[in-house]
Design a protein. Structure first.
Length: 89
């Protein structure tokens, strides 16, 4: 691995800690969104209200995770650490 110690440290943090956490939280938001859709379709009146709430919070959660990914990429590019690649390995 080439680069300074700081670049290697940031790269390792991104690969082994930050990216898996972002992916896990995005997956949890997606599950919440899908569960809200199921509740909205097959639920009773209270189930539909819960479904709407779950849909909203699922969308908010996914938006936050995409925003975090974008902000981290912006910071990494600004400070010369390269981009952050999302995904699981």
């Amino acid at each position: 691995m080439t680069g300074t110690a700081a670049e290697r440290l940031v790269g390792a943090l991104n690969e082994y800690i930050i990216n898996p956490i972002i992916g896990l939280l995005f997956a949890a938001a997606m599950v919440l969104f899908l569960w809200g859709g199921v509740q909205l379709i097959i639920g009773s009146d209270t189930g539909r209200e819960n479904g709407k709430r779950h849909l909203l919070w699922g969308i908010i959660g996914m938006f936050i995770m995409v925003s975090v990914y974008g902000i981290l990429n912006l910071l990494a590019g600004t400070f010369g650490f390269g981009g952050i690649t999302p995904g699981f390995r």
